[in-house]
Design a protein around this ligand. Structure first.
Ligand code: LLP
Length: 432
């Protein structure tokens, strides 16, 4: 841990109690900084609020939002389980020593290699997406092995969010539809398989959702399907995973759930509806990703200057790019930002924040009011903890930033900044 030099400057932003200039001095920019205390607090809010006296529950962190070895350690310490969707996420979790009994292996197109890895590591629960995956798993699982299986179902609910992050419309690529009669055969095949234990269903309606009703509708539709499956096949569903998708705050337009009241209410609804349907209330699982990490994250950039175009647009140039901040280009996502070394200065002008990538679409923030930026000012983009580091790339052979955890006035690198040597590590010569 690097010690804070105790710079307490009233016009400087602090993250986890550490002055941004201190962070820049120690680790350079662009830099991802995660307020570790905020992540832990969100974990604890989910763990304590997602409880009900009559309903068993489990909170799983969706690691796709932000994953590395330190994050696995944090999640384990906070008592959550872990959702992984690829061989790479699985390998990271295993390398961190995350308990295999608490790993859920998701993904909509798991390869034989990935499934073999999951079996080799004895991952307790695999979430199957479709019949092909069942065939693939059946072809490699040994007679003496036993795996818990959840089936990803698509309940056809249209969550109101960006088209690319909506997952349960009837033509979505994820899971099998509850309206498709073939789904019942699939459930039966899993149930009858000697090495597989059918434990229940998984569903996920999309991401960055703010409507409580979307989750209630999801729960009720799934419970009705559970009752239907019991009636048709006599198969009991022990567990129901409602996925993630709980929205986070990026700008003042976003109104996240009050988890402390929303989560117990959701469980109460589930308990009531299960009684009405005369089914045993299943254990309920959720898997938030964004809501755990988004607001804890900040990206720090050094401003090199501004440019007013002939057409009248005002650009701020940073040393970052869409390679470390993809969500604006991909989803037209909106962000709040501050000049971290001048937080009390009056905002004066509307700017478009851009970076170094050779694309007109290299936009970090499309429109933001800022004080007039000066060379070497530090631009801090807020709420970048989810799907930033995990979606970063080396486009234009730009280096991926380091990731730093900051808390209680101290900071620590958890992912090193890439070097030019990292870029060519896997390159091979033509060999002529
Ligand atoms: N469970 C499943 C099966 C998922 O597919 C996802 C996200 C989650 C849980 C976690 O969702 P969350 O709580 O983070 O919303 N790259 C996009 C988000 C893609 C989400 C994909 N699945 C973005 O940056 O907005």
């Amino acid at each position: 841990m690097s010690e804070n030099l105790n710079l307490s400057h009233p016009n400087h932003l602090k993250i986890g109690g550490v002055d941004v200039l201190e962070l820049v001095k120690n680790y350079q920019t662009p830099l991802y900084v995660m307020d570790e205390t905020k992540i832990r607090k969100q974990c604890q809010t989910f763990m304590t609020s997602f409880k009900h006296k009559r309903v068993a529950t489990e909170v799983i962190y969706a690691s796709k939002a932000f994953l590395n070895i330190a994050m696995c350690e944090l999640i384990q310490e906070e008592g959550l389980s872990l959702d992984v969707v690829s061989g790479g996420e699985l390998f990271t979790a295993i390398s961190a020593g995350f308990p295999v009994s608490k790993i859920f292996f998701h993904g909509n197109n798991k390869s034989i290699d990935e499934l073999s890895l999951a079996l080799e590591y004895q991952i307790k629960t695999i979430v199957l997406d479709n019949a092909d995956e069942l065939n693939r798993l059946s072809s490699i699982i040994k007679k003496d092995q036993k795996v818990r299986i959840m089936l990803r179902i698509n309940p056809g609910i249209d969550a109101h969010t960006h088209e690319y992050i909506r997952t349960t419309k009837n033509d979505s690529k994820f899971g099998v539809s509850i309206f498709d009669p073939k789904t019942l055969f699939l459930i039966q095949s899993i149930h009858q398989h000697p090495s597989l234990e059918f434990v229940g269903f998984h569903s996920h309606i999309g991401s960055q959702i703010f409507e409580e009703n979307s989750f209630k509708e999801l729960a009720i539709t799934n419970l009705k399907y559970i009752a239907h499956v019991y009636k048709q096949l006599g198969i009991e569903t022990k567990e129901l995973n409602l996925g993630g998708g709980f929205g986070a705050h990026y700008t003042k337009e976003d109104k996240p759930f009050v988890l402390e009241s929303f989560l117990p209410q959701l469980l109460e609804t589930i308990d009531l509806i299960s009684k009405e349907l005369d089914i045993k209330t299943p254990k309920i699982l959720i898997e938030p990703g964004r809501a755990i990490v988004a607001e804890a994250g900040y990206t720090l950039y050094t401003i090199s200057g501004t440019k007013e175009t002939y057409g009248g647009k005002n650009f701020v140039f940073t040393d970052g790019s869409m390679a470390d901040h993809l969500r604006t280009a991909l989803y037209q996502a909106k962000y709040h930002a501050t000049i971290g070394n001048r937080i009390n200065d009056i905002v004066e002008k509307n700017y478009t924040v851009t970076g170094k990538a050779c694309e007109s679409g290299d936009i970090i923030i499309k429109e933001i009011m800022l004080p007039v930026p000066k060379e070497n000012d530090i631009l801090v983009v807020h709420s970048t903890g989810a799907y930033h580091y995990s979606m970063s790339s080396n486009y234009n052979r730009l280096l991926k930033p380091a990731v730093v955890f900051a808390s209680n006035g101290k900071s620590k690198v958890v992912v090193k900044r890439e070097t030019y040597l990292d870029l060519i590590r896997n390159d091979l010569r033509l060999g002529k």
